[in-house]
Design a protein around this ligand. Structure first.
Ligand code: NAD
Ligand code: DAU
Length: 357
């Protein structure tokens, strides 16, 4: 039987990759997205006219909109990807992070519980609320520390990660207190097609292509684990199908890298693909650090591997090559997303760091 999933934030980077993957797998997806600067229906252009994708513009904080949508479409699952997601923006304008990530997740949970309570016993047994969170809620590691396990106490350091931590706690409370069948995933840094170029990897690809500075915060030795977005979406689907209710699952790419190494790898792929600009490394520019910049994230993924049999398919070497090739092959998508709001953000963030194109 065809399954209906409500996906929130399905016009964003991970959300649109997840929607494309689920529709291809045969699910019917009701996509609730507010279409902020980060939402882009162009990511879903290939689903135009497909009856298995229903797009609804609206915010997760709009309780009556969410209520009507749940009653009308009768989903078997809600997957919450809607969020304000950029750490640098949360430092300069945190208000939206609280409204969407905290208040919005709370209202989505509350309406989902009301809907769940009216289901019959069989439908209640099958229903799931899956919340997509981040490894950033666990805090920052030093080089010698062991990777984050699901038992690690939360120590969020940025307004973004604090708002995600708050939403995770609300999810936990709705499961513990009210019995809503929830699942939480905590993933590392995603990269791949359709990522808005405010984040490190697409920003560096686009700047390299245009001969602009490649801004590296601080000393460039902050470490992130890099997860190819397609692998992440498969992991979410497996947690939805087989995860244990009330549990959280770490998801990572087994690819810890210092930022400077990530940027150098992109430069060497660009040297081959775009020899006119070589060597692209000459564009590397060290700029003022991000306040409170977490030094290192690393996730221990043994739980999801052991319990669900998931593991990433892409290595960083294969995933980053696919990603650079995707951006080079999609100039129209780039032109569309790098207009108005994008330009405003780039000049506000980088001119303050004294890095000008
Ligand atoms: P994104 O910023 O690319 O997309 C967010 C989407 O949510 C956009 O389409 C936007 O329009 C929508 N949205 C924002 N506020 C909304 C609201 N109030 N109601 C409905 N829709 C709203 O984000 P992303 O990178 O795709 O991240 C998706 C989720 O994954 C987020 O919860 C984020 O915290 C989490 N996450 C992301 C990463 C990463 O590396 N990108 C890593 C770990 C966790
Ligand atoms: O760890 C998961 C998190 O990964 C997600 O929860 C967030 O939603 C997502 O945005 C991402 O957060 P980061 O802050 O790690 O991603 P970002 O791409 O902004 O930065 C990656 C690293 O690169 C980080 O150490 C900061 C650095 N950086 C970033 C930018 C934009 C630079 O050195 N220069 C830059 O211009």
């Amino acid at each position: 039987m065809e399954r209906t999933i409500v996906v929130t934030g399905g016009a964003g980077f991970i959300g649109s990759n997840f929607v494309l993957q689920r529709v291809a797998a045969g699910d019917r997806v009701v996509n609730l997205d507010k279409l902020t600067y980060a939402g882009n229906l162009g990511n879903l252009a290939s689903l135009k006219g497909n009856p298995r994708h229903i797009f609804v513009q609206g915010g997760i904080e709009d309780s009556s909109r969410v209520r009507r949508l749940l009653e009308e479409h009768r989903p078997q699952a809600v997957v919450n990807l809607a969020a304000e997601s950029h750490v640098d923006r949360s430092i300069v304008s945190p208000e939206e992070f609280i409204q969407t990530n905290v208040v919005g997740t709370f209202r989505l949970l509350h309406e989902s519980l009301a809907y769940y309570r009216k289901l019959d016993a069989e439908a209640q047994r099958d229903f799931r609320f899956l919340h997509v969170s981040t490894d950033e809620v666990y805090g920052s590691l030093s080089a010698a520390d062991a990777a984050f396990t699901e038992e690690k106490a939360y120590e969020p350091n940025s307004p973004y990660s604090a708002s995600k931590a708050a939403s995770d706690h609300l999810v936990r409370a709705y499961q513990h207190t009210h019995g809503l069948p929830t699942l939480t995933t905590n993933c590392s840094n995603n990269y791949g097609p359709y990522q808005f170029p405010e984040k490190l990897i697409p920003l560096v690809i686009l700047n390299a292509l245009n001969g602009r500075p490649l801004p590296i915060y601080g000393d460039g030795m902050n470490v992130r684990d890099w997860l190819y977005v397609g692998d992440h979406c498969e992991a979410i689907a497996q947690v939805l199908d087989k995860g244990r209710v009330g549990e959280s699952y770490n998801i990572g790419g087994e690819s810890e890298k210092a930022n400077l190494d990530v940027v150098r790898t992109i430069c060497s792929i660009m040297d081959e693909a775009h020899p006119a600009g070589a060597p692209h490394e000459k564009l590397i520019t060290f700029v003022k650090d991000r306040p409170g910049h977490d030094r290192r994230y690393a996730v221990d993924t043994s739980k999801i591997k052991r319990e669900l049999g998931w593991r990433p398919r892409e290595s960083f070497a294969t995933g980053i090559r696919r990603t650079v090739e995707w951006y080079l092959a999609n100039p129209e998508w780039i032109a569309e997303v790098t207009s108005g709001e994008y330009r405003r953000w780039i000049s506000a963030n980088y001119e303050a760091r004294e890095c000008r194109a």
